[in-house]
Design a protein around this ligand. Structure first.
Ligand code: GAL
Length: 404
């Protein structure tokens, strides 16, 4: 008999995720490559050969299947498909068609993201995501891809975490183009919302596969010990400022979509002074995030309410740690969050662990190890971690399992 407390609904999709620039290697024609190679680069190291997934994808996809997982979320690199304005590479399109075919041959559903942080250099030269025309250029590229792949794609994600590109790239200045302007960030947010709507229409005219947007979401908490009402109000206001600009139009843009991609790693706490640092004795991950897998419950609930009932897919959740057992504990707790949401009637359709491989973690380089699978970057050998086997067994059981 099935135990309602520990089993997932039939058809719940288990998978793992990557992004082109973080695993493929030598994506030399986008804004990130240029950013990594600046003399005054803020990146720990360049991406280089990465995990050479551009060539090794058949092995990686077989590995996903052998582990017992059912889906692979990866991204198509716009700068490969359209290396110059209006020039579409048939070879690049054929490559991604083979990746998708390889997924199906292995019984793995391909979940394709059309933009994951990287933008072709020629688009950045035109003003990048601050330029309203970028939404149209993006939609044209999406139409090309969708026309070429048609119904071979199981699910589409239009844009990965547009709120991170806008906030970290245009407000904080740590991602390309390195701007620090609230005005620029707000402009980029609205271009991204427009791009989501236009790319959705473009894809939908060629493919009937479910489509959604993904967003970086943290649990936002107010932490005030004092009973002072002013202090309490101030902490709430600071928390609202945390939201401000991070979610703005995005949840609204997703209303009516087929699913919504929640991507959560930790919580953010606020007091009257603003965003708090984690407590001195808090458990931290390699990213410096507080270990807080419970955050997933609040973000799923918020996304479901704010999108007015769009079904949820956890398109990213994971942890960068050295001790693999901590990864298992973290994911187990995150899965319990999903079960509680499902119990309350929220349709959560699947869980994609971030990431399949230890890979290029943007400005942090190769330091943070999120992978279920380690990579020797000299030999490109893959080393399967115990957490990968554990998650594969959980997927096969479609239920929580002991933490081993
Ligand atoms: C997300 C991003 C991924 C990955 C992950 C871990 O924000 O979409 O590309 O880097 O964070 O930090």
């Amino acid at each position: 008999m099935e135990d309602a407390e520990t089993s997932f609904p039939q058809g719940f999709l288990w998978g793992t995720a990557t992004a082109a620039h973080q695993v493929e290697g030598n994506n030399t024609n986008n804004d990130w490559w240029e950013w990594e190679h600046r003399v005054d680069s803020l990146c720990a190291e360049p991406s280089g050969d990465c995990c050479d997934q551009y060539h090794l994808y058949p092995k990686d996809i077989k590995l996903i299947a052998d582990l017992g997982l059912q889906a692979y979320r990866f991204s198509i690199e716009w700068s490969r498909v359209e290396p110059a304005e209006g020039e579409f590479s048939q070879v690049a399109l054929q490559h991604y068609k083979r990746v998708i075919a390889s997924c199906w041959e292995n019984g793995v559903q391909p979940i394709v993201t059309l933009h994951h942080f990287t933008t072709p250099l020629w688009v950045s030269t035109l003003g990048g995501w601050e330029n309203p025309r970028t939404a149209d250029l993006f939609a044209r590229y999406c139409a090309k891809v969708a026309q070429f792949m048609g119904n071979d794609v199981a699910r589409w994600c239009t844009i990965n975490e547009p709120n991170m590109v806008s906030t970290i790239g245009y407000l904080v200045g740590q991602f390309p183009p390195g701007k620090r302007s609230r005005l620029a960030r707000d402009a980029v947010n609205s271009v991204f919302c427009d791009a989501h709507a236009k790319s959705r229409d473009a894809v939908k005219s060629f493919s009937s596969a479910p489509l959604g947007l993904t967003l970086a979401m943290a649990e936002f908490q107010v932490d005030v010990q004092s009973a002072d009402p002013d202090e309490f109000a101030m902490a709430h206001a600071k928390r609202e400022q945390g939201f401000d600009g991070l979610e703005t139009c995005f949840l609204e843009s997703a209303i009516g979509d087929d699913f919504f991609g929640v991507q959560t790693y930790t919580r953010e706490r606020y007091n009257a002074q603003g965003r708090m640092k984690p407590d001195p004795d808090a458990r931290l991950t390699i990213m410096g995030y507080e270990y807080y897998p419970q955050a997933l419950e609040a973000t799923i609930r918020r996304a479901y309410i704010e999108t007015r009932g769009v079904p949820i897919m956890v398109t990213e959740n994971g942890i960068a740690v050295v001790n693999d057992q901590e990864r298992i504990e973290y994911v187990d707790e995150a899965l319990r969050c999903i079960l509680r949401c499902i119990e309350d009637g929220i349709p959560v359709e699947g869980y994609m662990y971030w990431s399949l491989l230890d890979n290029f973690e943007w400005a942090y380089g190769y330091g943070p190890t999120f992978g279920l699978v380690g990579v020797d970057r000299e030999t490109q050998e893959r080393h399967i971690k115990p957490s990968a086997h554990w998650l594969g067994k959980v997927a096969q059981a479609n239920a929580l399992l002991p933490l081993r």
